[in-house]
Design a protein around this ligand. Structure first.
Ligand code: SF4
Length: 399
């Protein structure tokens, strides 16, 4: 997969161009003006004409990447934010003339695709991998770097890890995750502005950045409206509560890629700030949306918790300890910032906890490298799992 711009200078045997419709290829509408139906616009204004000339050249570049075959596709209609709009083929297709195009009836292909997808999604029993699948998985595992989310997923269900973290089976992002992404982005941009300008940004800045990010997420109109109201309320309260103690960060969204023997670990820390600059000790902050957790739930000492949150904090200490670029700072403590409640809980991490985590990582990676991906027997975990319909097409067993 590539964009037309990135494809310049490259060639493939067969090229597929998707969404070759008006508005995407040619006749781009200008926002905030009176909207005309797509396909009505013609090259009448010089500026539009020039714009279409640029797109026409790019379309030509995209088409000529094909050595032997080119397929131009478009759907009869496209949906966005819950509403559907009939599409009009790109003006460039009509300019090519019917004699240069062979039209394909895709009904049969669509029927076959539906049947194929249905088979894939209703495979009830886990199958042992064929030789070629094992080779494919082995290649993925060889290149794999372990994040704490992937580790926690493996510990919850090895099969889910295989689907989600190795094969990266696509699935819709749930509204609460889109919401969490937007809250994180709002806070990240707020602290970036504070760090760069040296001045505390306004509450409006925080809310605006949250809005901008949430609007980019794929979410229904109804969910969007609910989540915008919810986010405004949460971030307003958060801003009022912390307005006297916002301080400049040392690092924001700090990414680390480190080696633990022959295992590559990766992670991104939301925020790192000085805990005590005189002895170069830092505090690591991780934002959490959703309900707050008790210390027991974080530590994994309650029945409903496997200690994922505490493992995440210990993992962050391990990343900082191993990251050669961060040798001039010392991990002091980690804070879970429950933005929605709001409350913050801080934890010191002991050397014994780090050693224990290293053992867990080594043992999990040994299993992953052996391509051992059994399904969990804890069916409670399946109730919230996005792959539940795939694993249990007849419904999750109750016993
Ligand atoms: S539905 Fe259950 S068994 Fe299947 S991937 Fe999810 S957690 Fe694992």
């Amino acid at each position: 997969m590539t964009t037309a711009h990135s494809a310049k200078g490259l060639e493939w045997e067969h090229v597929y161009l998707y969404r070759t419709v008006d508005g995407t290829w040619g006749n781009n509408q200008v926002k905030n003006l009176l909207t005309l139906p797509k396909g009505v616009l013609k090259n009448v204004k010089l500026s539009d004409k020039e714009k279409n000339e640029d797109e026409r050249r790019l379309f030509y570049v995209a088409m000529t990447r094909a050595k032997s075959g080119l397929t131009l596709c478009y759907a009869a209609s496209y949906s966005s934010y819950g509403s559907s709009r009939l599409s009009v083929p790109s003006m460039f297709l009509s300019e090519m003339g019917d004699s240069n195009l062979t039209r394909i009836d895709v009904q049969q292909i669509e029927d076959e695709a539906h049947a194929h997808i249905e088979t894939l999604l209703t495979t009830g029993k886990p199958l042992s991998p064929s030789k070629s699948e094992a080779a494919f998985l082995q290649d993925l595992v060889d290149k794999f770097s372990l994040s704490v989310t992937a580790l926690n997923t493996y510990l919850e269900c090895a099969y889910k890890f295989k689907l989600d973290k190795l094969l990266k089976v696509p699935h819709a992002k749930k509204p609460h995750l889109a919401f969490g992404t937007a809250i994180h982005a709002g806070l990240e941009l707020f602290y970036t502005e504070l760090k760069e300008s040296g001045k505390k940004p306004t509450k409006k800045f925080l809310l605006d950045t949250f809005h901008t990010t949430l609007l980019k997420e794929v979410i229904t109109k109804e969910d969007l409206s609910i989540r915008l109201t919810q986010g405004d309320k949460i971030l307003s309260t958060y801003f009022d509560l912390h307005q006297d103690d916002f301080k400049e960060s040392l690092f924001l969204e700090k990414f680390s890629r480190v080696q633990l023997d022959d295992i590559t670990l990766t992670g991104k820390i939301d925020r790192i700030e000085w805990s005590d600059q005189s002895d170069r000790t830092v505090r690591v902050i991780d934002y959490k949306t959703g309900k707050g957790k008790t210390v027991g739930q974080i530590e994994g000492t309650t029945q409903d918790s496997q200690g994922d949150l505490k493992r995440q904090l210990v993992f962050y200490k391990l990343l900082i300890d191993l990251d050669k670029r961060l040798q001039n700072i010392t991990f002091g403590e980690a804070t879970l910032d429950f933005v929605e409640v709001p409350k913050q809980l801080s934890f010191k991490i002991t050397a014994a906890e780090v050693d224990e985590l290293k053992k867990i990582i080594n043992s999990a990676m040994k299993e992953i490298r052996a391509l051992h991906f059994p399904r969990t027997t804890n069916l409670k975990a399946c109730e919230k799992c996005v792959f539940a319909d795939h694993c249990y097409p007849q419904g999750i067993p109750t016993t």
